[in-house]
Every structure is written in C-alpha cells, then in structure tokens.
Design a protein around this ligand. Structure first.
Ligand code: UD1
Ligand code: MG
Length: 416
C-alpha cells in the first residue's frame, strides 16, 4: 500500500511541477508590476528580477501535500473495526506545520529583512510541533556506540551497545532544524546556487531513501515507513525545485528569495527527522557546514560583515571575483584577529594590510566558500562559478554515500 501511495505521490509531484512552470510564467509580470523584484548584482544591466518566486513553488508544494494527505490512509477510511494509524497522520501533519512556518518566516524576511536573532528564534520554536510529535510517538533517542569504543569499554561484549541520550537528542534535532533553515540562505548570491544546491541535496536524500527502502525490503518494518514518509515530502519538493532551478539558473529569470531558502532547509530537516536519519543528513550538508563554520566570525560580528557577501562583478571581463570586507584593524575583536591569523597562516584567507589617514586598515575576502573558490580559482564567469559549486555539492553527496554505507560499516556491526 505504501508503494502505491508513493506512485500517487510521484504523479502529484509531476502535476505540481507542471503547475509551478505555468504559474511562474504567469507571475513574472505580476511580480514586476507589484515592484516585487531584486537587482541582479552580477550583470551589466542590473535588471529587475522577480523575487521571491520561491513563494509560488512553496504554495504549489503545500497544495500537493494537502491533496496527498488522505492517500496513505485510504485503506482505513470507512473501516471502523481496524485501528487508524494516528501516529503516522500526526507525523505528516506536524512536518507540514514546521514547513509552513518556515515558508512564513522566509516570506516575512523577504518583505521585512528580519534581524538575525529572529531568524534563529523562529525556527527553534517552529521545530517544537515536530519534536513534540516525535516524543509522543515514542520514537527512539538511542545512539549505537561504535564497535571500536565498545571493545575498549567491554572487550568481550558481542552485541552492539546503545546509549539513550534522551533530551540531548532533541537538542540535536532542534539544532539541525535551525542550522538547515539558515544554511542554504548564507550560501547564496550566484545565479542558480540556492535552487541548485537544494536540488542536489533533495535528489541525493531521495536516492538514499530509495536505497534504504530496497534494503529493508518489506513494508512491515518501521524503518521502511520512515523512508517512505520521507519520500512523501521529498518527491514534490524535488519536482517543484527542479522547475524553480530551470528559471533561476544562469542567467536568472527569477530569484528564489529567502522564502525558498527557509522552505528548502526546513523540508530537508523535517524529512531527516521523520525518516530518523538526521545525522546522515548532515553528511549531505558538508559544503553548507563548512560555509557556516567559515562564516561564523562575520555572522557573530567578530569581523565586520557587509550587507551582501556575494562575489564582485567586473563588467569589463564579464567575470566575478571574491568580494572584500574592508575595516580598521582597531575595529577587530580579539577572537576575530585570532581567526584571521590562523586562516592567513594556512592560506584560507586573502588578507591585505594598508595605511589610510594614519590608521591601519585590513582587506579580507568575505567569509563564504563562494569567495574561497574564487580566491583559489581566480576570477571566473558566474555560470562557471555555479558549475564549480554544483560539482562540489555533487562530490560531497558521493562522499556522504561513501561514509554512510562504507566507512560506517567499519565502525558499526550493523548499518541500517
Ligand atoms: C544572504 C547572505 C548575503 C548574500 C545574499 C545573496 C549572509 C549572512 N547573507 O543574505 O551575504 O549577499 O544572501 O542572496 O551570508 N542576488 C543576486 N544574484 C543572485 C541571487 C541574489 O544578485 O543570484 C542579490 C539580488 O540583489 C537579490 C538579493 O541578492 O535581491 C537577495 O538577497 P537576500 O536574500 O535578501 O539576502 P540575505 O538572505 O539577507
Ligand atoms: Mg537570501
């Protein structure tokens, strides 16, 4: 039955993609007329580009999901004798609440340019419905101790040792949600990057789910259901995102906006929690995690952070190069200067010191992996830059599969 529902879900997703395509074409002039657009900062024309087009795809996604809700439960509808699987329905509904609130937050950010503390607080709160349902459904919070550690603790133990980390697991899941909702938005600013990275991650996570369904083999295991429910959310998302990418890739005809970035991050976090693979999801977010860690000094204002960190456009050569933050050395916090010295010594930062009006100034590249690629690769065309970043994303998906299925089997006796 779950597999039939999955086919219906795939059919609805394809329908959703067609509707997205039509609606985006219809809404491009409406967005421009309503002055809902951004300026492409890496083009000569600086032309207005409709933004946030992610809201159209998110609306179609929600409609597809709402239409799909009864499908997995057809066999119970009208049957009074058998017990209805409320926990499964609840899981779908709680996932949709968290996704809807992320879309709301994103749209508010596009309209109002929210502050950082709101962007962190709101997803934390919107994770609560999902975590609450996770709790009442009696889902596991145990982790398996790697076999090497097990042999150190208990040399003759044969069975795997598990530890119930209880509330720490909930804190971890809450952090996954907050991280994912923001991670895609701070790796942005190049045509096709926000939608492209989301497409690669969602396609990879879908593939991971299909592999797991194949490995479980039978519908009667809970693991099978976890990966099925994950796909229920992911297939419509992947379909809508593929259409959005078509319009957002170089040269962008639409911008996705923060609405898309938060929707995308939250959807991926939700599927990993409902699918019980939040640790594995982090493997698919390796570039975003590196970008986040590298960004920390600017995000927490240890180093001055300009409003935009996207690459700098050179109209003469039609290329982009790393963008620069310039500030007085005296403005730098202690942790900021430690970070700069470390990154400089390992060649991970462009730093130039100069004197102006008797003050020492510093010029550093803005702290994103986009600028890091440009530091090592030199100025390049915007499309080439996005292709490089997409290749990195695809390679890190390959690495994720390698770690999840090969390396994990070296450290654990059973890899589910
Ligand atoms: C985040 C980044 C910011 C980056 C911006 C680009 C952090 C803390 N913030 O801010 O550094 O500059 O995203 O999206 O890392 N744009 C383009 N070309 C594109 C995509 C966007 O020129 O391919 C420009 C357009 O002017 C568009 C604007 O970026 O209107 C969107 O920026 P917005 O999403 O509001 O920025 P933030 O998410 O706040
Ligand atoms: Mg943004």
């Amino acid at each position: 039955m779950s597999l039939i529902s999955l086919f219906i879900n795939a059919g609805l997703s394809a329908g959703g993609a067609v509707v997205c395509y039509r609606l985006i074409l219809d809404y491009i002039p409406i967005f421009i007329a309503r002055k809902m657009y951004g300026n492409d900062q890496c083009k000569v024309s600086n032309a207005p580009v409709p933004e946030p087009m992610g809201v159209i795809c998110a609306a179609v996604y929600l409609i597809v999901m709402f239409m799909f809700i009864p499908v997995p439960f057809f066999e119970w509808i009208g049957m009074e004798s058998t017990e209805f699987p409320y926990a499964k329905l609840l899981a779908i509904l709680s996932g949709l609440i968290s996704i809807s609130t992320a879309i709301l937050l994103g749209f508010a950010d596009d309209m109002l340019d929210l502050r950082w503390r709101h962007k962190l607080l709101f997803p934390t709160l919107s994770s609560l419905p999902l975590l609450m349902v996770y709790y009442v459904s009696g889902n596991s919070t145990t982790v398996i101790v790697p076999s090497i550690v097990r042999h150190l603790i208990h040399p003759i133990a044969v069975l795997p040792i598990t530890i119930n980390i209880s509330f720490i697991y909930y804190i971890f899941m809450g952090m996954v949600i907050v991280f994912c909702t923001n991670a895609i938005n701070i790796l942005a600013g190049v045509n096709g990057l926000e939608s492209g990275q989301s497409l690669v991650i969602s396609a990879s996570v879908s593939l991971f789910n299909f592999v797991q369904i194949y490995r479980f083999g039978t519908e009667n295991t809970t693991g099978f259901w976890h990966h099925i429910i994950s796909l229920y959310f992911l297939l419509p998302f992947t379909a809508c995102t593929a259409v959005l990418f078509y319009f957002n890739k170089y040269p962008s005809r639409v911008f996705v906006g923060d609405t898309f970035c938060y929707w995308s991050g939250m959807t991926l976090a939700v599927v990993s929690i409902l699918g019980h693979f939040s640790k594995t999801l982090m493997l698919f977010f390796i570039p975003q995690t590196i970008n986040f860690v590298y960004s920390i000094p600017q995000l927490f204002h240890l180093v001055p952070c300009p409003r935009h960190r996207l690459p700098k456009y050179d109209p003469k050569s039609d290329t982009v190069s790393m963008s620069i933050a310039e500030f007085k050395k005296s403005e730098l916090k202690l942790l900021g200067s430690i970070f700069i010295s470390i990154c400089r010594s390992i060649g991970m930062l462009y730093v130039k010191e100069f004197e102006k009006d008797g003050e020492i100034y510093l010029r550093i590249n803005n702290l994103t992996i986009i600028n890091l690629v440009l530091k090592f690769g030199g100025p390049m065309h915007e499309k080439t830059l996005n292709d490089v970043l997409m290749t990195i994303q695809i390679l890190s998906s390959c690495l994720a599969f390698f770690i999840r299925f090969y390396l994990a089997s070296l450290f654990y006796d059973v890899v589910e």
